[in-house]
Design a protein. Structure first.
Length: 346
């Protein structure tokens, strides 16, 4: 029904307008007990076989919602009702910022893709932290953190540290985002020295707490193998928990759509699948599997998800695939994971 009826209607509107419509409808539906029950019954797979322990956290299932969809922590509960085992909110910055001028989000329907140059638009860390205070236990929440646009890279730690402090009591894990192409100069923080300084500082702050929180690094798919080697060394040396591979790409290779009218920005969706999986596989092999990898990028089918897991990922995240394929994709992936895990046990 989603692809035949709902998606064509949503695609009549701009991507950001469609997003607001979906958020509103989900809020209304989840507020009606009977409708909420139907939603959960339709999409959630409740099976102990799906439980996945990563970085000291027990995830109810390994299929999560990537950052960017629920930037401001306004519909994470509704996302849990659709079957996600975890939701990554953000990217959040210390101060609210409007992001880049509109239009800034574009569909490439022929390619099953999106191009965005949102620019970390969000309500700011104070409002987001407030919304997470009353969250119920069960759904795992990750906090994706970044820096404000006007803050220089040499002062970036201050912003990441502010977000870390504000969210510490309200999220289960952190994601350090230095890989978005939509904040000028941000990707320079992926270079070895500044990234080591940033992650070391956050991990030192983390270790001051009686109970530390896992810290993951989100990287771009455009890194070379030599840069990925540096990432492996940095993760080990800084003693953070792991990596999320990958963010959006600046590549436009192989697209059917002419992207000239859309300007610069990050490409997500099916065209990112191959390179994202290559990065997962390379990191897993190079590291010897000593740290967990969360795979994100181009997952539009059960086969795509299994490919990511087979490449060495322990968890996966959806975003563009969720928009194009609908919530039934979550259920189908989880059911296939149950099937495969039961086969292994037998």
């Amino acid at each position: 029904m989603y692809k035949a009826i709902i998606r064509p209607i949503l695609f009549l509107f701009s991507p950001e307008a469609s997003h607001r419509i979906v958020a509103t409808l989900l809020k209304i539906g989840s507020g009606i007990p009977f409708v909420n029950w139907i939603i959960r019954k339709s999409f959630c797979v409740n099976n102990l076989t799906l439980e996945t322990a990563v970085a000291g956290i027990k995830f109810p299932n390994p299929v999560g919602l990537a950052a960017g969809f629920d930037k401001n922590a306004i519909m994470y509960k509704e996302m849990g009702n659709l079957g996600f085992g975890f939701v990554e909110i953000g990217t959040v910055t210390p101060l609210p910022q409007p992001g880049n001028p509109k239009p800034r989000l574009f569909r490439l329907s022929k390619d099953n893709a999106l191009i965005n140059h949102m620019g970390f638009n969000n309500d700011g860390i104070e409002k987001v932290a407030e919304r997470l205070k009353d969250r119920k236990q069960g759904l795992i929440i990750g906090g994706n953190i970044g820096k404000n646009k006007e803050v220089a890279n040499e002062d970036a730690f201050r912003d990441y540290n502010t977000c870390f402090d504000a969210l510490f009591e309200h999220v289960d894990y952190f994601v350090v985002n230095v890989s978005s192409p939509n904040t000028p100069g941000l990707r320079s923080l992926q270079e070895k020295e500044p990234l080591t300084n940033l992650l070391s500082g956050l991990q030192q702050k983390n270790e001051q707490h009686p109970r530390t929180k896992p810290i993951f690094l989100k990287i771009a798919p455009d890194l070379t193998n030599e840069q990925l080697d540096d990432i492996v060394d940095i993760v080990k040396n800084c003693k953070i928990s792991g990596v999320i591979a990958t963010n959006t790409t600046i590549s436009r290779e192989g697209l059917k759509t002419d992207t000239t009218p859309f300007g610069n920005g990050g490409l997500s969706g099916k065209p990112v699948l191959k390179r994202s999986t290559e990065v997962v596989k390379y990191l897993s092999s190079k590291s010897g599997g000593v740290f967990p990898i969360i795979a994100s990028g181009g997952i539009h089918s059960v086969e795509d998800a299994m490919e990511k897991l087979d490449a060495g990922a322990c968890l996966i995240e959806l975003y563009t695939g969720f928009i194009y394929e609908g919530p039934m994709l979550i259920k189908c992936i989880n059911k296939e994971i149950v099937r495969k895990r039961k086969l292994k046990q037998s």
